[in-house]
Design a protein around this ligand. Structure first.
Ligand SMILES: NC(=O)c1ccc[n+]([C@@H]2O[C@H](COP(=O)([O-])OP(=O)(O)OC[C@H]3O[C@@H](n4cnc5c(N)ncnc54)[C@H](O)[C@@H]3O)[C@@H](O)[C@H]2O)c1
Length: 455
Protein backbone atom coordinates (compact mmCIF):
# COMPACT_ATOMS: atom_id res chain seq x y z
CA UNK A 1 0.00 0.00 0.00
CA UNK A 2 1.21 3.52 -0.71
CA UNK A 3 -0.28 6.89 0.09
CA UNK A 4 -2.25 8.86 -2.50
CA UNK A 5 -0.32 11.80 -3.93
CA UNK A 6 -2.22 15.02 -4.72
CA UNK A 7 -1.08 18.25 -6.30
CA UNK A 8 -1.62 21.39 -4.23
CA UNK A 9 -4.24 22.66 -6.71
CA UNK A 10 -6.45 19.55 -6.20
CA UNK A 11 -9.83 20.47 -4.67
CA UNK A 12 -10.20 19.40 -1.03
CA UNK A 13 -13.19 17.21 -1.89
CA UNK A 14 -11.09 15.30 -4.45
CA UNK A 15 -8.34 14.67 -1.90
CA UNK A 16 -10.91 13.22 0.50
CA UNK A 17 -12.26 11.03 -2.30
CA UNK A 18 -8.79 9.67 -3.03
CA UNK A 19 -8.20 9.02 0.67
CA UNK A 20 -11.51 7.18 0.95
CA UNK A 21 -10.67 5.07 -2.10
CA UNK A 22 -7.16 4.25 -0.95
CA UNK A 23 -8.12 3.36 2.59
CA UNK A 24 -5.00 5.24 3.74
CA UNK A 25 -4.86 7.61 6.68
CA UNK A 26 -2.94 10.40 4.89
CA UNK A 27 -2.36 11.86 1.44
CA UNK A 28 0.93 13.34 0.24
CA UNK A 29 0.62 16.90 -1.02
CA UNK A 30 3.10 18.12 -3.64
CA UNK A 31 3.54 21.53 -5.29
CA UNK A 32 2.77 22.05 -9.00
CA UNK A 33 6.52 21.46 -9.54
CA UNK A 34 6.31 18.16 -7.64
CA UNK A 35 8.12 19.46 -4.57
CA UNK A 36 7.10 17.75 -1.36
CA UNK A 37 4.82 19.91 0.82
CA UNK A 38 3.39 17.66 3.56
CA UNK A 39 1.16 14.72 4.42
CA UNK A 40 -2.41 15.52 5.40
CA UNK A 41 -5.10 13.45 7.14
CA UNK A 42 -8.87 13.56 6.59
CA UNK A 43 -9.34 14.87 10.11
CA UNK A 44 -6.95 17.77 9.55
CA UNK A 45 -9.01 18.64 6.47
CA UNK A 46 -12.29 18.28 8.38
CA UNK A 47 -11.14 20.68 11.08
CA UNK A 48 -10.71 23.32 8.37
CA UNK A 49 -14.12 22.52 6.88
CA UNK A 50 -15.68 23.15 10.27
CA UNK A 51 -14.14 26.61 10.36
CA UNK A 52 -15.61 27.51 6.98
CA UNK A 53 -13.22 26.10 4.36
CA UNK A 54 -14.99 25.57 1.03
CA UNK A 55 -14.70 21.90 0.01
CA UNK A 56 -13.88 23.03 -3.54
CA UNK A 57 -10.84 25.06 -2.42
CA UNK A 58 -7.40 23.77 -3.45
CA UNK A 59 -5.80 21.56 -0.80
CA UNK A 60 -2.73 23.80 -1.02
CA UNK A 61 -4.68 26.55 0.74
CA UNK A 62 -4.49 24.56 4.01
CA UNK A 63 -1.36 22.43 3.48
CA UNK A 64 1.55 23.73 5.53
CA UNK A 65 5.07 22.76 4.55
CA UNK A 66 6.43 20.04 6.85
CA UNK A 67 10.11 19.65 7.82
CA UNK A 68 9.61 15.93 8.51
CA UNK A 69 10.91 14.01 5.47
CA UNK A 70 14.13 12.39 4.29
CA UNK A 71 16.40 13.34 1.41
CA UNK A 72 17.36 10.28 -0.60
CA UNK A 73 21.02 10.16 0.52
CA UNK A 74 19.84 10.23 4.17
CA UNK A 75 18.32 6.78 3.69
CA UNK A 76 21.85 5.42 3.94
CA UNK A 77 22.29 7.01 7.39
CA UNK A 78 20.69 4.68 9.97
CA UNK A 79 20.69 7.27 12.74
CA UNK A 80 19.02 9.97 10.67
CA UNK A 81 16.46 7.48 9.28
CA UNK A 82 15.61 6.34 12.75
CA UNK A 83 15.36 9.85 14.21
CA UNK A 84 12.94 11.02 11.51
CA UNK A 85 10.89 7.81 11.68
CA UNK A 86 10.59 8.01 15.48
CA UNK A 87 9.39 11.59 15.27
CA UNK A 88 6.89 10.75 12.53
CA UNK A 89 5.53 7.73 14.40
CA UNK A 90 5.15 9.78 17.58
CA UNK A 91 3.09 12.29 15.59
CA UNK A 92 0.86 9.47 14.26
CA UNK A 93 2.36 9.11 10.77
CA UNK A 94 2.78 5.66 9.19
CA UNK A 95 5.01 6.72 6.28
CA UNK A 96 7.94 9.05 5.59
CA UNK A 97 8.29 11.01 2.35
CA UNK A 98 11.58 10.75 0.47
CA UNK A 99 12.68 13.63 -1.79
CA UNK A 100 15.53 14.19 -4.25
CA UNK A 101 18.26 16.81 -3.98
CA UNK A 102 15.91 19.43 -5.48
CA UNK A 103 13.16 18.70 -2.92
CA UNK A 104 11.02 16.85 -5.46
CA UNK A 105 8.87 14.07 -4.06
CA UNK A 106 10.07 10.57 -4.97
CA UNK A 107 8.11 8.07 -2.84
CA UNK A 108 7.00 7.18 0.68
CA UNK A 109 8.65 4.56 2.88
CA UNK A 110 6.82 2.94 5.85
CA UNK A 111 8.22 4.18 9.17
CA UNK A 112 8.34 0.53 10.20
CA UNK A 113 10.84 -0.16 7.43
CA UNK A 114 12.99 2.82 8.49
CA UNK A 115 12.95 1.67 12.09
CA UNK A 116 13.71 -1.96 11.32
CA UNK A 117 12.65 -4.72 13.69
CA UNK A 118 12.78 -2.38 16.70
CA UNK A 119 9.87 -0.33 15.33
CA UNK A 120 7.15 -2.36 16.97
CA UNK A 121 3.70 -2.93 15.50
CA UNK A 122 1.87 -0.30 13.49
CA UNK A 123 -1.30 1.11 15.01
CA UNK A 124 -4.30 -0.78 13.60
CA UNK A 125 -6.47 0.94 11.04
CA UNK A 126 -8.71 -0.78 8.55
CA UNK A 127 -10.01 1.01 5.47
CA UNK A 128 -8.34 4.24 6.61
CA UNK A 129 -10.59 4.28 9.67
CA UNK A 130 -8.96 4.84 13.04
CA UNK A 131 -11.54 6.49 15.28
CA UNK A 132 -15.20 5.45 15.11
CA UNK A 133 -18.10 7.35 16.65
CA UNK A 134 -20.78 4.93 17.86
CA UNK A 135 -23.98 6.88 18.43
CA UNK A 136 -26.19 4.88 20.78
CA UNK A 137 -23.16 2.87 21.90
CA UNK A 138 -24.54 2.37 25.42
CA UNK A 139 -27.49 0.35 24.09
CA UNK A 140 -28.08 -3.38 23.70
CA UNK A 141 -26.26 -3.71 20.36
CA UNK A 142 -23.97 -0.73 21.01
CA UNK A 143 -22.35 -2.18 24.13
CA UNK A 144 -21.44 -5.38 22.24
CA UNK A 145 -20.29 -3.49 19.14
CA UNK A 146 -18.06 -1.12 21.13
CA UNK A 147 -16.20 -4.09 22.63
CA UNK A 148 -15.81 -5.70 19.15
CA UNK A 149 -14.48 -2.45 17.70
CA UNK A 150 -11.93 -2.10 20.49
CA UNK A 151 -10.86 -5.71 19.96
CA UNK A 152 -10.42 -4.95 16.24
CA UNK A 153 -8.05 -2.09 17.10
CA UNK A 154 -10.28 0.95 16.52
CA UNK A 155 -10.36 3.97 18.79
CA UNK A 156 -14.00 4.39 19.88
CA UNK A 157 -16.06 7.37 20.98
CA UNK A 158 -19.61 6.78 22.20
CA UNK A 159 -22.31 9.43 22.03
CA UNK A 160 -25.41 8.52 24.02
CA UNK A 161 -27.94 10.08 26.37
CA UNK A 162 -28.09 6.91 28.47
CA UNK A 163 -31.85 6.36 28.49
CA UNK A 164 -31.23 2.90 29.93
CA UNK A 165 -28.37 3.81 32.27
CA UNK A 166 -24.58 3.87 32.09
CA UNK A 167 -23.79 0.44 33.50
CA UNK A 168 -23.03 -1.23 30.16
CA UNK A 169 -20.00 0.92 29.37
CA UNK A 170 -18.83 1.81 32.88
CA UNK A 171 -15.79 -0.48 32.86
CA UNK A 172 -14.55 0.59 29.42
CA UNK A 173 -15.13 4.29 30.13
CA UNK A 174 -13.47 4.26 33.56
CA UNK A 175 -10.37 2.52 32.25
CA UNK A 176 -10.10 5.12 29.49
CA UNK A 177 -10.44 2.52 26.74
CA UNK A 178 -13.27 4.48 25.14
CA UNK A 179 -14.22 8.12 25.06
CA UNK A 180 -17.77 9.01 26.11
CA UNK A 181 -19.83 12.01 25.10
CA UNK A 182 -23.02 12.37 27.13
CA UNK A 183 -25.60 14.10 25.00
CA UNK A 184 -28.84 13.99 23.06
CA UNK A 185 -28.66 13.69 19.28
CA UNK A 186 -31.65 16.00 19.00
CA UNK A 187 -29.17 18.80 19.81
CA UNK A 188 -27.13 20.05 16.82
CA UNK A 189 -24.18 21.20 18.95
CA UNK A 190 -23.92 17.75 20.50
CA UNK A 191 -23.82 16.22 17.03
CA UNK A 192 -21.10 18.57 15.81
CA UNK A 193 -18.85 18.09 18.83
CA UNK A 194 -19.36 14.32 18.74
CA UNK A 195 -18.17 14.22 15.12
CA UNK A 196 -14.87 16.01 15.76
CA UNK A 197 -11.88 13.97 14.57
CA UNK A 198 -13.73 10.77 13.72
CA UNK A 199 -13.24 8.79 10.52
CA UNK A 200 -16.50 6.85 10.54
CA UNK A 201 -19.90 6.98 12.20
CA UNK A 202 -22.19 4.15 13.26
CA UNK A 203 -25.69 5.38 14.04
CA UNK A 204 -27.56 3.05 16.41
CA UNK A 205 -29.32 5.57 18.64
CA UNK A 206 -33.08 5.45 18.27
CA UNK A 207 -36.28 4.88 20.13
CA UNK A 208 -36.21 1.14 19.49
CA UNK A 209 -39.11 -1.26 19.13
CA UNK A 210 -42.81 -0.93 18.38
CA UNK A 211 -43.97 -0.59 22.02
CA UNK A 212 -41.39 2.12 22.84
CA UNK A 213 -42.25 4.16 19.76
CA UNK A 214 -45.96 3.82 20.56
CA UNK A 215 -45.32 5.11 24.10
CA UNK A 216 -43.31 8.15 22.91
CA UNK A 217 -44.26 8.92 19.30
CA UNK A 218 -42.90 12.47 19.18
CA UNK A 219 -39.55 11.45 20.66
CA UNK A 220 -39.49 8.63 18.09
CA UNK A 221 -39.93 10.98 15.14
CA UNK A 222 -37.41 13.47 16.55
CA UNK A 223 -34.77 10.81 17.23
CA UNK A 224 -35.24 8.17 14.56
CA UNK A 225 -35.94 10.49 11.67
CA UNK A 226 -35.06 14.15 12.25
CA UNK A 227 -31.89 13.64 14.28
CA UNK A 228 -30.73 10.79 12.01
CA UNK A 229 -31.13 13.09 9.00
CA UNK A 230 -29.23 15.90 10.73
CA UNK A 231 -26.35 13.56 11.66
CA UNK A 232 -26.06 12.23 8.12
CA UNK A 233 -26.15 15.76 6.74
CA UNK A 234 -23.46 16.91 9.21
CA UNK A 235 -21.26 13.94 8.23
CA UNK A 236 -21.63 14.76 4.57
CA UNK A 237 -20.74 18.40 5.03
CA UNK A 238 -17.67 17.42 7.10
CA UNK A 239 -16.60 14.76 4.60
CA UNK A 240 -17.06 11.89 7.05
CA UNK A 241 -18.03 9.55 4.28
CA UNK A 242 -18.19 6.19 5.99
CA UNK A 243 -21.58 6.13 7.68
CA UNK A 244 -23.32 2.96 8.87
CA UNK A 245 -26.98 3.19 9.75
CA UNK A 246 -28.71 0.51 11.85
CA UNK A 247 -32.07 -0.18 10.28
CA UNK A 248 -34.30 -3.18 10.80
CA UNK A 249 -35.89 -6.02 8.86
CA UNK A 250 -39.13 -4.76 10.48
CA UNK A 251 -39.32 -2.44 7.45
CA UNK A 252 -40.68 -5.49 5.55
CA UNK A 253 -43.56 -5.81 8.02
CA UNK A 254 -45.51 -8.48 6.24
CA UNK A 255 -44.55 -10.22 3.01
CA UNK A 256 -44.48 -13.50 1.10
CA UNK A 257 -41.46 -15.52 0.03
CA UNK A 258 -37.85 -14.60 0.78
CA UNK A 259 -37.61 -10.82 0.85
CA UNK A 260 -34.54 -9.13 -0.62
CA UNK A 261 -33.27 -5.59 -0.22
CA UNK A 262 -35.38 -4.68 -3.30
CA UNK A 263 -38.65 -6.13 -1.98
CA UNK A 264 -41.63 -3.93 -1.17
CA UNK A 265 -41.70 -2.44 2.31
CA UNK A 266 -44.84 -2.88 4.42
CA UNK A 267 -44.25 -1.33 7.84
CA UNK A 268 -46.77 -2.12 10.56
CA UNK A 269 -45.59 0.40 13.18
CA UNK A 270 -44.39 3.95 13.68
CA UNK A 271 -40.97 2.52 14.60
CA UNK A 272 -40.65 0.82 11.19
CA UNK A 273 -42.02 3.86 9.36
CA UNK A 274 -39.43 6.16 10.92
CA UNK A 275 -36.69 3.68 10.06
CA UNK A 276 -37.80 3.61 6.41
CA UNK A 277 -38.02 7.40 6.22
CA UNK A 278 -34.54 7.79 7.70
CA UNK A 279 -33.06 5.14 5.38
CA UNK A 280 -34.47 7.04 2.42
CA UNK A 281 -33.30 10.46 3.54
CA UNK A 282 -29.80 9.16 4.38
CA UNK A 283 -29.43 7.38 1.03
CA UNK A 284 -30.66 10.50 -0.77
CA UNK A 285 -27.61 12.35 0.60
CA UNK A 286 -25.17 9.88 -1.02
CA UNK A 287 -22.95 11.48 -3.63
CA UNK A 288 -19.46 10.88 -5.06
CA UNK A 289 -18.00 11.12 -1.56
CA UNK A 290 -20.65 10.62 1.14
CA UNK A 291 -21.19 6.83 1.09
CA UNK A 292 -23.73 5.65 3.65
CA UNK A 293 -24.52 1.98 4.21
CA UNK A 294 -27.82 0.72 5.58
CA UNK A 295 -27.80 -2.47 7.65
CA UNK A 296 -31.28 -3.96 8.10
CA UNK A 297 -30.89 -6.21 11.12
CA UNK A 298 -33.00 -9.23 11.99
CA UNK A 299 -34.51 -9.36 15.48
CA UNK A 300 -31.57 -9.51 17.85
CA UNK A 301 -31.00 -11.93 20.71
CA UNK A 302 -28.27 -12.94 23.14
CA UNK A 303 -26.50 -11.50 26.14
CA UNK A 304 -25.32 -7.92 26.18
CA UNK A 305 -23.86 -5.75 28.94
CA UNK A 306 -27.05 -3.64 28.43
CA UNK A 307 -29.59 -6.43 28.54
CA UNK A 308 -33.02 -6.32 26.93
CA UNK A 309 -35.74 -8.80 27.88
CA UNK A 310 -38.26 -7.38 25.41
CA UNK A 311 -36.81 -9.29 22.42
CA UNK A 312 -38.44 -12.58 21.53
CA UNK A 313 -35.60 -15.03 22.28
CA UNK A 314 -34.46 -13.16 25.38
CA UNK A 315 -38.05 -12.97 26.67
CA UNK A 316 -38.63 -16.68 26.17
CA UNK A 317 -35.35 -17.68 27.85
CA UNK A 318 -36.10 -15.31 30.73
CA UNK A 319 -39.68 -16.61 31.11
CA UNK A 320 -38.38 -20.16 31.09
CA UNK A 321 -36.34 -19.23 34.16
CA UNK A 322 -38.91 -17.02 35.94
CA UNK A 323 -42.21 -18.81 35.10
CA UNK A 324 -40.82 -22.28 34.34
CA UNK A 325 -42.79 -22.14 31.08
CA UNK A 326 -42.61 -20.38 27.72
CA UNK A 327 -45.75 -18.60 26.53
CA UNK A 328 -46.25 -18.24 22.79
CA UNK A 329 -48.73 -15.79 21.27
CA UNK A 330 -49.90 -16.95 17.85
CA UNK A 331 -46.83 -18.83 16.68
CA UNK A 332 -47.13 -19.07 12.92
CA UNK A 333 -45.51 -15.68 12.18
CA UNK A 334 -42.07 -15.75 10.56
CA UNK A 335 -39.24 -13.62 11.89
CA UNK A 336 -35.52 -13.45 11.00
CA UNK A 337 -33.32 -13.71 14.09
CA UNK A 338 -29.72 -12.62 14.59
CA UNK A 339 -27.35 -12.98 17.52
CA UNK A 340 -26.21 -9.59 18.81
CA UNK A 341 -22.55 -10.62 18.47
CA UNK A 342 -23.11 -11.59 14.82
CA UNK A 343 -24.77 -8.21 14.25
CA UNK A 344 -21.73 -6.47 15.73
CA UNK A 345 -19.43 -8.52 13.47
CA UNK A 346 -21.38 -7.35 10.42
CA UNK A 347 -20.77 -3.70 11.38
CA UNK A 348 -17.05 -4.36 11.89
CA UNK A 349 -16.83 -6.12 8.50
CA UNK A 350 -18.60 -3.22 6.85
CA UNK A 351 -16.18 -0.70 8.36
CA UNK A 352 -13.22 -2.64 7.00
CA UNK A 353 -14.70 -3.19 3.51
CA UNK A 354 -13.67 -0.94 0.61
CA UNK A 355 -16.00 2.05 0.55
CA UNK A 356 -16.83 1.36 -3.10
CA UNK A 357 -18.26 -2.06 -2.12
CA UNK A 358 -20.56 -0.81 0.64
CA UNK A 359 -21.24 2.88 -0.06
CA UNK A 360 -24.87 3.55 -0.98
CA UNK A 361 -25.79 -0.11 -0.35
CA UNK A 362 -28.50 -1.71 1.75
CA UNK A 363 -27.79 -5.07 3.43
CA UNK A 364 -30.16 -7.41 5.18
CA UNK A 365 -28.20 -8.78 8.14
CA UNK A 366 -28.94 -12.31 9.35
CA UNK A 367 -29.03 -15.81 7.84
CA UNK A 368 -31.74 -17.77 6.01
CA UNK A 369 -31.34 -20.64 8.54
CA UNK A 370 -32.54 -18.28 11.25
CA UNK A 371 -35.82 -17.30 9.59
CA UNK A 372 -38.03 -18.91 12.23
CA UNK A 373 -41.71 -19.18 13.05
CA UNK A 374 -42.35 -18.01 16.60
CA UNK A 375 -43.55 -21.47 17.69
CA UNK A 376 -40.29 -22.96 16.39
CA UNK A 377 -38.26 -20.47 18.44
CA UNK A 378 -40.13 -21.59 21.56
CA UNK A 379 -39.45 -25.24 20.71
CA UNK A 380 -35.71 -24.60 20.20
CA UNK A 381 -35.45 -22.77 23.50
CA UNK A 382 -37.49 -25.32 25.40
CA UNK A 383 -35.25 -28.09 24.02
CA UNK A 384 -32.02 -26.17 24.77
CA UNK A 385 -33.15 -25.72 28.37
CA UNK A 386 -34.05 -29.35 28.97
CA UNK A 387 -37.74 -29.43 28.03
CA UNK A 388 -39.38 -26.35 29.59
CA UNK A 389 -43.17 -26.57 28.87
CA UNK A 390 -44.64 -24.34 26.14
CA UNK A 391 -47.99 -22.59 26.68
CA UNK A 392 -49.59 -21.63 23.33
CA UNK A 393 -52.07 -18.75 23.29
CA UNK A 394 -54.29 -18.16 20.27
CA UNK A 395 -53.92 -14.38 20.10
CA UNK A 396 -51.09 -12.72 18.16
CA UNK A 397 -49.53 -9.65 19.81
CA UNK A 398 -47.24 -8.74 16.94
CA UNK A 399 -48.42 -8.45 13.32
CA UNK A 400 -44.93 -8.76 11.78
CA UNK A 401 -44.61 -11.81 9.52
CA UNK A 402 -41.80 -12.09 6.95
CA UNK A 403 -38.79 -14.13 5.83
CA UNK A 404 -35.66 -12.54 4.51
CA UNK A 405 -32.80 -13.32 2.10
CA UNK A 406 -29.27 -12.53 3.31
CA UNK A 407 -27.45 -13.37 0.11
CA UNK A 408 -26.00 -9.90 -0.43
CA UNK A 409 -24.42 -9.91 3.04
CA UNK A 410 -22.68 -13.21 2.26
CA UNK A 411 -21.65 -12.31 -1.28
CA UNK A 412 -20.37 -8.78 -0.69
CA UNK A 413 -19.19 -8.80 2.92
CA UNK A 414 -18.52 -12.50 3.38
CA UNK A 415 -20.41 -12.40 6.68
CA UNK A 416 -22.22 -15.54 7.85
CA UNK A 417 -23.76 -15.46 11.33
CA UNK A 418 -22.51 -18.32 13.48
CA UNK A 419 -24.24 -18.04 16.88
CA UNK A 420 -27.49 -19.89 17.55
CA UNK A 421 -30.72 -19.44 19.47
CA UNK A 422 -30.04 -22.55 21.57
CA UNK A 423 -26.59 -21.25 22.56
CA UNK A 424 -28.00 -17.83 23.51
CA UNK A 425 -30.89 -19.33 25.49
CA UNK A 426 -28.44 -21.38 27.55
CA UNK A 427 -26.20 -18.33 28.11
CA UNK A 428 -29.12 -16.20 29.27
CA UNK A 429 -30.49 -18.93 31.50
CA UNK A 430 -27.06 -19.48 33.09
CA UNK A 431 -26.67 -15.75 33.67
CA UNK A 432 -30.04 -15.65 35.46
CA UNK A 433 -29.26 -18.76 37.45
CA UNK A 434 -25.89 -17.32 38.46
CA UNK A 435 -27.58 -14.14 39.70
CA UNK A 436 -25.59 -11.74 37.46
CA UNK A 437 -28.97 -10.21 36.61
CA UNK A 438 -30.97 -10.24 39.84
CA UNK A 439 -34.37 -9.06 38.68
CA UNK A 440 -34.98 -9.66 34.96
CA UNK A 441 -38.47 -8.18 35.25
CA UNK A 442 -37.07 -4.76 36.22
CA UNK A 443 -38.30 -1.97 33.96
CA UNK A 444 -34.79 -1.09 32.80
CA UNK A 445 -34.75 -4.22 30.61
CA UNK A 446 -37.86 -3.21 28.66
CA UNK A 447 -37.42 -0.29 26.27
CA UNK A 448 -40.95 1.09 26.47
CA UNK A 449 -40.51 2.09 30.16
CA UNK A 450 -37.59 4.44 29.33
CA UNK A 451 -36.15 3.59 32.73
CA UNK A 452 -32.51 4.35 33.57
CA UNK A 453 -32.42 2.53 36.91
CA UNK A 454 -29.21 0.52 37.09
CA UNK A 455 -29.73 -3.05 38.14
N1 LIG B 1 -32.56 -4.93 19.05
C1 LIG B 1 -33.05 -5.38 17.90
O1 LIG B 1 -33.64 -6.45 17.82
C2 LIG B 1 -32.85 -4.56 16.65
C3 LIG B 1 -33.28 -5.13 15.46
C4 LIG B 1 -33.13 -4.40 14.29
C5 LIG B 1 -32.55 -3.15 14.32
N2 LIG B 1 -32.13 -2.63 15.49
C6 LIG B 1 -31.56 -1.28 15.49
O2 LIG B 1 -30.32 -1.31 16.16
C7 LIG B 1 -30.13 -0.08 16.86
C8 LIG B 1 -29.80 -0.36 18.30
O3 LIG B 1 -30.85 -1.08 18.93
P1 LIG B 1 -30.73 -1.59 20.43
O4 LIG B 1 -31.49 -2.86 20.51
O5 LIG B 1 -29.31 -1.58 20.82
O6 LIG B 1 -31.54 -0.48 21.18
P2 LIG B 1 -31.31 0.20 22.62
O7 LIG B 1 -32.59 0.88 22.94
O8 LIG B 1 -30.76 -0.80 23.57
O9 LIG B 1 -30.18 1.28 22.33
C9 LIG B 1 -30.43 2.56 21.82
C10 LIG B 1 -29.42 3.50 22.41
O10 LIG B 1 -29.63 4.78 21.84
C11 LIG B 1 -29.60 5.76 22.86
N3 LIG B 1 -30.44 6.90 22.47
C12 LIG B 1 -31.77 6.90 22.21
N4 LIG B 1 -32.19 8.14 21.93
C13 LIG B 1 -31.09 8.94 21.98
C14 LIG B 1 -30.89 10.33 21.80
N5 LIG B 1 -31.90 11.15 21.49
N6 LIG B 1 -29.65 10.82 21.94
C15 LIG B 1 -28.59 10.01 22.26
N7 LIG B 1 -28.73 8.68 22.45
C16 LIG B 1 -29.97 8.16 22.32
C17 LIG B 1 -30.16 5.05 24.10
O11 LIG B 1 -29.76 5.68 25.30
C18 LIG B 1 -29.58 3.65 23.93
O12 LIG B 1 -28.33 3.55 24.57
C19 LIG B 1 -31.40 0.73 16.67
O13 LIG B 1 -31.19 1.69 15.66
C20 LIG B 1 -32.41 -0.30 16.22
O14 LIG B 1 -33.40 0.28 15.39
C21 LIG B 1 -32.26 -3.30 16.66
Amino acid sequence: MTLPVCRADTPVVEVIKQLDRSGEARAVIVSPRDEYVCQISPNEIRRHLLTGLDADSPIGSIAEASPLFLREPELADPERRRAVAVELRAAGYSHCAVVDAGGRFLRVVPCEELLGAAGGPQPAAAGGVQRVLVIGGAGYLGAVLVAELRAAGYAVRVLDNFIYGRGALAGLAESGRIEVVDGDIRNIQTIVSGLADVDAVVLLAAVVGDPASQTRPTQTIETNLLAAQAIAFACRSQQINRFLYASTCSVYGQGDGLLTEQSALAPVSLYARTKIASEQSILALADGTFSPTILRLGTLYGLSPRMRFDLVVNTMAMKAFVDRKITVFGGAQWRPLLHVRDAARAFVACLAAPLAAVGGAVFNVGSEEQNYQIAEIARLISEALGGIPIDRQGSTLDARDYRVSFRRLRDVLGVTPCHTVAEAAREIYACLQGGTIRNPLARVYFNHYFDSTEE
